[in-house]
Design a protein around this ligand. Structure first.
Ligand code: SF4
Length: 379
C-alpha cells in the first residue's frame, strides 16, 4: 500500500478517564516488549511504507512506552528519511526531560499534550493521572529537548456543578505558548463512568447554551492570540496546522497499525481487532488482525467529502449551478449566519451571485460548526 501517512495505535492507559470510551488496555505496567513484538509482526505483514510524510503515535497513551520504548518503536518503522511531521500523543506525567530528549532523538518533532484542564479539582474528577502543575513542566521539558511544535488538548463543556472556569483555563493554556490547540466538547458516552453517574442523576450535563458560549469564547480568545481555527476542533498558529489529520479530512490514503487502528487505500477502509490481547495473540499465531472492512461507494464518498469538508475552514465546493433544493438550504444557512458562500454577497442573492460567476464554495462559521451534524443531516 502506497500511503504517505502512518498511524500507530498504542492502547495503554494507567487508568480509564471518567468520560473515555476509547479502545484502550488499562495496565499499571505497560507491556512494552510484548506490544512492540506485535507491532513488528504487523509491520512485516503489511509491508509498511518506509517513505512517509507523517507519522502519528496515538492512543491510549503512546508516551507510556517511555524513552526506550519510543526509540525502539521508531527503529521498527525503519523510515528512509525523517517525516515532515512525527507526532506523539503524551500525558503530562510522562514528559520528563530524559523522555523528551529520547523522543526527539528518535525523530519526534511534534507533541500533542493531554492537558485537558489546569484545575486540580477538575482533573481529579476526570480521573486524570496528572496534576495541573505537571502541564507546564511537561511543556518546558519538551521545548528544552527541541520539540518545535507543541499542541495542547483541552476539554470544554463540563458539568456546571464542577465550577470549572473555562476562561481561566484558556488563559493558562495560552501562557504556555502552544503552537496548536485541540478542543473537545465533553459528551456522555454509553459505558463510561460519566454515563453511569448521569444515569444515577448525580450530575447534570452542561447546557447547550453553556456549550456554545465556551466554544465561541475559545474562538475569540484564540483568534486574539494569533490562532486560526482551520477545523471545527483545531486551532493553530500560521503554518502549524496538523498535516497528519488533514489526510483524514481529505480522504488521502493512510495506513494504521496497532489494535483498533483504521487504514484507507483510497477505495476501501479496514480496521484492526480492537482488543489488545486478541490483536497481539492473532499476530503471534501468524494470523491477520483485521476485524472488518468496507468499500467506499460513490454515494458514501460524496457524503464523507461533504461532512469532512464542512469540518474544515476550506469548506466544500458546490455544484455549479446550485440546484434546488440545495440552493434554498444554502441561502438559509447564510441568512442564519451559519455559513458563508465564497465570492457571493449576502442572502438571498448569495447563491445567485456564486452561480453567476464566483466560485461557489461553502464554509461554515463558528456558529455553523456548533450545528455541524444537524446541518449535514439536512442536505
Ligand atoms: S488518557 Fe485518553 S485514552 Fe487514556 S483513558 Fe484517558 S481519555 Fe482515554
Amino acid at each position: 500500500m502506497n500511503a504517505r501517512h502512518l498511524y500507530v495505535h498504542v492502547p495503554f492507559c494507567a487508568r480509564r478517564c471518567t468520560y473515555c470510551d476509547f479502545s484502550i488496555a488499562v495496565r499499571r505496567e505497560t507491556p512494552v516488549a510484548a506490544f512492540l513484538g506485535g507491532l513488528e509482526r504487523e509491520l512485516r505483514r503489511v509491508g509498511a511504507p518506509a517513505d512517509v510524510a507523517t507519522v502519528y503515535l496515538g492512543g491510549g497513551t503512546p508516551s507510556a512506552l517511555g524513552a526506550a520504548g519510543i526509540a525502539r518503536l521508531a527503529a521498527l518503522l525503519a523510515l528512509k528519511r525523517p517525516p515532515a511531521e512525527f507526532t506523539i500523543e503524551a500525558n503530562p506525567e510522562d514528559v520528563t526531560p530524559e523522555a523528551a530528549r529520547a523522543w526527539v532523538r528518535a525523530g519526534v518533532n511534534r507533541v500533542s499534550l493531554g492537558a485537558q484542564s489546569f484545575d486540580d479539582g477538575v482533573l481529579a474528577w476526570m480521573h486524570r493521572t496528572h496534576r495541573a502543575e505537571r502541564i507546564g513542566e511537561a511543556v518546558r521539558s519538551a521545548r528544552r529537548a527541541g520539540v518545535g511544535n507543541l499542541s495542547l488538548d483541552l476539554i470544554f463543556a463540563l458539568p456546571e456543578a464542577l465550577g470549572r472556569d473555562w476562561r481561566r483555563d484558556l488563559e493558562a493554556a495560552l501562557r504556555l505558548e502552544p503552537d496548536h490547540v485541540s478542543l473537545y466538547g465533553l459528551t456522555v458516552e454509553p459505558g463510561t463512568a460519566l454515563f453511569r453517574r448521569h444515569g444515577r442523576g448525580e450530575l447534570a450535563p452542561c447546557s447547550e447554551q453553556r456549550y456554545a458560549d465556551e466554544y465561541l469564547l475559545a474562538h475569540q480568545r484564540l483568534a486574539e492570540a494569533g490562532f486560526r481555527f482551520y477545523e471545527v476542533s483545531n486551532a493553530a498558529r500560521p503554518g502549524r496546522e496538523a498535516v497528519h489529520n488533514r489526510a483524514y479530512w481529505t480522504l488521502a490514503p493512510y495506513l494504521g497499525v496497532g489494535p483498533s487502528a483504521h487504514s484507507f487505500d483510497g477505495v476501501s477502509r479496514w480496521w484492526n481487532e480492537p482488543a489488545y490481547a486478541r490483536w497481539v495473540r492473532l499476530l503471534a499465531e501468524g494470523r491477520v488482525p483485521v476485524a472488518g472492512r468496507e468499500i467506499l461507494g460513490d454515494h458514501q464518498r460524496r457524503l464523507e467529502q461533504l461532512y469532512l469538508g464542512l469540518r474544515t475552514s476550506e469548506g466544500v465546493g458546490l455544484p455549479d449551478p446550485v440546484a434546488e433544493p440545495l440552493r434554498q438550504t444554502v441561502d438559509r444557512w447564510v441568512a442564519s449566519g451559519w455559513a458563508v458562500l465564497e465570492g457571493g454577497g449576502g442572502p438571498p442573492s448569495a447563491v445567485a451571485a456564486a452561480v453567476a460567476g464566483a466560485v461557489p464554495r461553502l464554509r461554515l462559521t463558528p456558529q455553523g460548526w456548533l450545528r455541524l451534524d444537524e446541518l449535514v443531516a439536512t442536505i
